[in-house]
Structures are given as C-alpha cells and as structure tokens.
Ligand binder design. Structure first.
Ligand code: SAM
Ligand code: SF4
Length: 324
C-alpha cells in the first residue's frame, strides 16, 4: 500500500497523456500556449503502461487519464486498450471535442464514467473562455455520452463576472439530464493570472443555488474519497457538486497521485516538488521505492500551502502541464 505520514492510503493515479490541447481555457493555459517538451522527454505508450503496472502492483485501484487533452494523443486508443487489461477502474477527463471518435473504445475498455469540461452553456461565452469555437461539438458529445448511458460528470470552473451568472442554469440543465455538474473553485497555477477576487467560493455558489431552488436542494452522501460535496434537487434527473479546494479543501481523505506527461510524479496538485520517475525507469532502476518515498513526503494540506496569501507565492507548473 502507498501510504503517507498521515495514514492516507493512495490508490488513485492520474496520468497526464500530453501537455498539448485543442482548447486554450484561460484559467489553465496561457493564450500563447506553453513551451512543449520534445517528444523524447515524454512517456511513450509503452512507458505509460509500464508505469501504470508498477503503481497497480503497489495498490492502485483507479487510473484516470488526463492532460492537456488526453484524446488528442494519436495512440490514446492503444493506451486505453492496454490499461483496460489491468485490474483497475479506468476513467478519463476530457474537454469532449473528440469523444465521438472514442465511443466504441470507451465501451470496449469498460469505461463507464467520463468527466467533461464545460464552463458555459452559451456558445459565445464558451468561445471567450476556451478561445476556440467548439461549443456545438462539445454539447453534441455530452448528449452522445448521455445517450450511450455513460455516467457524465460536467466540470465547470466558476469565475466571477464570467460564468457565475450561469450557476443556476447549469443546475436547471440537470432537470431532465442524468448528468452530474461539478462547480470547481478557481485554483492558482503558473501562467493563469490567478487572484482569489476572481474566484467564486463554495458559499457563494451554494447561496445562489439556495436562493433559486430553496428547499428543493438536498445534500447527498459523498463517496469515500470524494473531492466534492454532493447535492441533488427533488425531482431532477441529475445532481450537482462543489469542489472547494480553495475555501474548504478535501485533503484529509486525499488518495490521489499524479504523473505528468514527462513522467514526473507529483504527490499533490499544489506540490512544488516532483520526482523524476521516467528518467529512473529509463536507467533501469526500480521506481517503486521512489513512489513510496514521494508519497511519504506528502504535506498534510494543499502541498504545504496553508494560507490564502501563500497561493500567489507558489511555484508550480501550468495546469495544462500538470494534468488536472
Ligand atoms: N483537457 C481536459 C479537460 O479540460 O477536461 C483534461 C485536462 S484539464 C487540465 C482537467 C480539469 O482541470 C478540467 O476540468 C479543468 O476545468 C480543470 N482546471 C484547469 N485549470 C483549472 C484552474 N485554474 N482551477 C480549477 N480547475 C481547473
Ligand atoms: Fe485544455 Fe482542459 Fe486546460 Fe481547457 S482545461 S486548456 S481543455 S487542458
């Protein structure tokens, strides 16, 4: 088992397949893009699978593929197929643009749950946030996933003055859709010009929803390692949740580890240190002790960031290069 000094068992690995993306969401990726690492520095599909096997041998039970946009990698299907042979629950986080090309692969690989990022239900605003014109494609792919009876979680990062006026629209959108909308507090990463004054807190989100839907809002049970607080509305097909990493972090039950596309392990989204597993693996070293050591060093709370004012002092990667 992979445990830290606070008795947290880590059995969930998020693997970033790429730092590239076909969108430019302003909260994640700088407008000009990022300096991409040469291909030779990134994990090949065989290396992704080899890494995954080692983590699984140490007790990992769930693997989520992310990025960048994981589905733009041209060997993504092969990676999904190879990982689906491991004894793990396989999941994926995507911006949804290429989902229609992968529906059969999702089915054959036993993927039941897909997280799709969608920050606005309005075409023009979607374009403003993502700096690209793919709204219709994403909406049609969300509908396709729902039609195929996949469990769809829609991730919306809430930014003041941008999409906070759509919080209740998103909830209303779940009236006849069996989707789970997750409102995410805006988090700081390199290059995203974060200021908490642009963020919208758990309390503000909840107040807007309660003001509109009142007593119909019902708190529902969270999963064991959930990062979200979950709610439903009476007689609505879908549910919603709030991920409050800034105002109300969920570190106590954290079971997550991250592997970047260039094979660096991070023990927390906010950690400022990384362990170079890929170089060690390429040298033929046993990386299991490095993995155990990296988690043992994990800080109790948000990579060691205790106070709000410390967020802006942190040195991290851009989100697109970490893998959300
Ligand atoms: N491209 C895929 C997507 O958009 O779903 C996967 C990678 S993306 C980095 C993963 C998740 O991180 C998305 O749901 C995105 O909204 C979230 N994210 C990115 N930057 C964020 C930020 N600054 N604060 C909160 N969430 C963020
Ligand atoms: Fe790309 Fe996802 Fe980041 Fe948007 S949030 S820029 S889709 S990686």
């Amino acid at each position: 088992m992979i445990t830290d000094q606070f008795n947290r068992v880590h059995d969930y690995l998020r693997i970033s397949l790429t730092e590239r993306c076909n969108l430019r969401c302003f909260y994640c990726m700088p407008e000009e893009g990022i300096r991409l690492r040469p291909r030779s520095e990134l994990m090949s599909n065989e290396e992704v699978v080899e890494m995954a096997k080692i983590f699984v041998s140490l007790g990992v039970k769930k693997i989520r593929l992310t990025g960048g946009e994981p589905l733009i990698r041209n060997d993504a299907k092969k990676i999904l197929e190879d990982l689906s042979k491991l004894p793990v629950e396989l999941a994926i986080t995507t911006n949804g643009i290429l989902v229609n090309d992968y529906i059969d692969t999702f089915r054959s690989c036993g993927i039941r749950s897909i997280n799709v990022s969608l920050d606005s239900l309005k075409k023009e605003k979607f374009k403003f946030i993502t700096r690209r014109d793919y709204f219709d494609k994403v909406i049609s792919n969300v509908n396709l996933l729902l039609k195929e009876n996949l469990h769809v979680k829609v991730n919306a990062v809430v930014i003041k003055g941008v999409n906070d006026d759509e919080i209740c629209d998103f909830v209303e959108w779940t009236r006849d859709k069996n989707a789970h909308v997750r409102f995410i507090e805006f988090m700081p990463f390199d290059g995203n010009k974060w200021e908490w004054s642009r963020g919208v807190s758990f309390l503000e989100i909840m107040t807007k929803i309660k003001n509109q839907f009142g007593e119909d809002v019902v708190r529902i049970k969270d999963g064991k390692n959930d990062t979200a607080k979950n709610f439903s509305l009476r007689n609505y097909a879908g549910t919603f949740a709030i991920i409050s990493s800034i105002t109300n972090p969920f570190c106590d039950t954290c079971n997550r580890m991250r592997l970047t596309a260039d094979g660096k392990m991070k023990n927390c989204l906010f950690s400022q240190t990384e362990t170079d597993l890929l170089s060690a693996m390429r040298r033929g070293e046993d990386i299991a002790p490095l993995i155990l050591e990296t988690i043992w060093e994990k800080k109790k709370l948000r990579g060691g960031i205790e106070k709000m004012e410390d967020f802006s002092k942190q040195k991290n990667r851009t989100m697109v290069a970490i893998g959300g």
